[in-house]
Write a new protein. Structure first.
Length: 199
């Protein structure tokens, strides 16, 4: 998505060789027009996959995910991050290791919002090692729901996330693919829209 690549080049801050900061339009302040265009792009790519619900992880996944859900005319469900839990009976829970915080957190979704008949589209802001996307997939699968695809705003193509997800048979689509952050500079990898595996 050229508009997103342009925004990353203009406003992205390379923190180090592994981390890109985009808090001016995605992770803190949000650019609604850009989010709207992302929603259109995800909805177009995943059209016809029978998606009944979009699922993401709070908080940075919510903006692109809600726009995608709006375009697809389905609800958005966001998993919550909580450190400790007392009552777990009515929740699906998964432990997810955070790439940026370098700690594990417990992520929960209420059982009442996910059903075996759901076909979910997972949306997240970044793809690094794939832990967040896989945690969300495990939550969907706990409910007996199927995962129709995984949509990522910014994939770091030099990290192993995509390959892990593809090897597990998930359909992955990213709006921007970062090839490298070396030397404080963002370079992009080719769009793989036509080449992803499908299920
Ligand atoms: P993964 O679970 O795939 O290892 O990492 C994805 C998650 O870590 C995303 O939900 C995102 O919040 C965070 N993340 C990973 N890499 C980056 C990055 O370069 N920049 C920012 N802002 N977040 C990242």
């Amino acid at each position: 998505m050229k508009q997103l690549e342009q925004k990353i080049l203009e406003e992205g801050i390379v923190l180090n060789e592994n981390v890109l900061k985009v808090d001016s339009f995605l992770n803190h302040q949000v650019d609604p027009q850009l989010m709207f265009s992302m929603g259109q792009a995800f909805a177009a790519f995943f059209e016809g996959k029978g998606i009944t619900k979009v699922i993401t992880l709070e908080s940075s996944g919510i903006a692109p995910a809600v726009m995608t859900a709006l375009q697809m005319n389905v609800p958005l469900l966001f998993a919550r991050k909580r450190k400790s839990l007392t009552l777990k009976d009515d929740l699906y829970t998964e432990k997810i290791y955070s790439f940026t915080k370098q700690e594990e957190s417990e992520v929960t979704v209420s059982r009442k919002f996910l059903e075996a008949k759901d076909r979910v589209l997972i949306i997240d802001d970044f793809l690094a090692n794939g832990d967040a996307a896989l945690g969300l997939a495990r939550i969907a699968e706990q409910a007996g729901a199927s995962v129709a695809g995984i949509g990522i705003v910014i994939e770091k193509a030099f990290q192993p996330g995509r390959n892990k997800l593809i090897e597990l048979g998930y359909l992955v689509h990213s709006l921007a693919r970062v090839a490298s952050l070396t030397g404080g500079k963002v370079t992009f990898a080719p769009d793989l829209s036509g080449a992803d595996s499908s299920n």
